[in-house]
Design a protein around this ligand. Structure first.
Ligand code: UD1
Length: 430
């Protein structure tokens, strides 16, 4: 298993290009199942999760081409243009060994059901960050007319006469649930209204894609989305938005090291609270023509409290990284996680580097320390692993991050991007 070696203490200075968003690319790729025509996506990141999803779609009969070449080696380039073509769906079953590794794999249930009238999907996997049920997704599909049974770890969904429009209120905001219902409703008969829908930029990106394919959608980006279903969706060409989580992560890394970094291609409009909190922590944020510049000239990091929430609140996917930054603050910061009940596994790993963090329920109290010291640490999930990288960049001496495969699920060329800004970081392959 690969490891990452970091020798901390170097300021980050330079530019980092922000990749296409993993959390937008995944639903857009899945949307290709809705049409027999090709869906071309620009700016697709090269990530383990994307490759895994391509395997899942391959099992349903989706063909793909990279930069116009059929079945080319997928991870050979960046900002990829990929074409997906689901001319014939050959299989409506998504088996355990494919879906268990990645939660987003479950979302194929929406388009398969809408287009084929049937889907049989293994219950999902993903990061070990808490229970992540799919009950709202299934209730929403039932509202659209699906008959759903669960047996032997598989969800069997049927709509022999097709789906029909309906009104559905999500009891709790779920991004994945909003994606699935948006896709399913686009091919349902009549109008669907989704209440308490997720407002994340990735939902807006998917709605743009479905609209380009011929769906009639209004309200994406607000809590109420209206979808007028159509009989047929066509192919389209759509660009994946920049990854706001990757941008936020490098923004924190720049501030953590007292550096000066231009996040090229980042969209500051997608990072409202994140940039505000970063400024409160003592960083300067400048919007530039082609991105956001983050610098910290202040001699110390000011403690700032955060509480995760659905967009436009502070993203749960940046909680661990912000905690990494706060480990060196001058004072105590309170970090409250409201989306997942078990998303503090990075706490004990940060403690190995000398961080002082105490946990009480859903809140972590981070008492900043003047010095972190390098150590061996273990990545426990995707975002937690990168918080260890941020801490390692600040720590004195050598930090080794084990189980880097978590990182590879969601960060493209991480060590290359950081090294180009002056970090002493390398991948130890094994
Ligand atoms: C959530 C985050 C998203 C992040 C992703 C991965 C929010 C609103 N969403 O996505 O930004 O990228 O995690 O870290 O912050 N739930 C149910 N039943 C369901 C679906 C969800 O109870 O059918 C609950 C979950 O237990 C959890 C919450 O809703 O508390 C969100 O869970 P989930 O849908 O898995 O995550 P997403 O909202 O898709």
């Amino acid at each position: 298993m690969d490891r990452i070696r970091i020798v901390g203490g170097h300021r980050l200075n330079g530019e980092i290009s922000i990749s296409g968003a993993k959390n937008a690319a995944l639903p857009l790729i899945i949307a290709s199942l809705l049409t027999e025509e090709p869906l071309t996506l620009e700016n697709v990141p090269s990530l383990a999760d994307v490759e895994q999803l391509i395997r899942i779609l391959g099992n349903h009969g989706v063909d793909y081409a990279l930069h116009g070449r059929r079945k080319a080696h997928t991870s050979s380039s960046y900002a990829r243009v990929m074409r997906f073509e689901a001319r014939n769906i050959v299989n409506i079953i998504a088996p355990y060994d494919l879906v268990s590794r990645m939660r987003a794999g479950f979302w194929v249930i929406g388009p398969l059901l809408a287009r084929m009238g049937e889907a049989e999907i293994s219950l999902p996997g993903g990061c070990a960050i808490g229970t992540r049920p799919v009950d709202f997704i299934l209730d929403g599909l039932r509202a659209l007319g699906a008959v759903i049974t669960i047996e032997n770890g598989y969800v069997h969904a049927r709509a022999a006469k097709g789906l029909h429009g309906a009104s559905y209120h999500f009891p709790k905001i779920t991004v994945g649930g909003t994606h699935v219902l948006l896709m399913a409703a686009s091919l349902a008969k009549g109008e669907t209204v989704l209440h308490n829908a997720a407002q994340e930029p990735e939902v807006v990106n998917l709605a743009e894609c479905l609209t380009a394919m011929g769906a009639q959608i209004s309200g994406a980006g607000t809590r109420t989305i209206r979808i007028k279903g159509v009989e047929y969706l066509s192919g389209a060409q759509v660009k994946v938005i920049p990854d706001r989580i990757e941008a936020g992560t490098y923004a924190f890394a720049a501030a953590a090291t007292g550096g000066n970094v231009l996040l090229r291609g980042a969209n500051p409009n997608h990072l409202p609270i994140v940039l505000e909190k970063l400024q409160q922590a003592g960083a300067r944020v400048d919007w530039e023509e082609d991105g956001v510049r983050i610098r910290r000239e202040a001699p110390f990091i000011t403690p700032v409290d955060i509480e995760t929430a659905a967009y436009p609140g502070f993203p749960t996917d940046l909680q661990a990284q912000f905690m990494g930054l706060m480990t060196r603050a001058q004072g105590t910061a309170k970090i409250t996680e409201t989306i997942f009940e078990n998303r503090f596994m990075h706490v004990q790993e940060l403690a190995r580097l000398g961080a002082h963090i105490s946990l009480a329920g859903q809140t972590a109290e981070v008492e900043g320390v003047p010095l972190l010291q390098g150590a061996q640490v273990m990545a426990t999930d995707l975002r937690a692993s990168v918080s260890l990288v941020i801490a390692g960049l600040m720590a004195e001496g050598e930090t080794i991050v084990n189980r880097v495969y978590h990182l590879d699920r969601g960060f493209e060329r991480l060590e290359e991007k950081l090294a180009a800004c002056g970090a002493e970081i390398e991948r130890l392959r094994s």
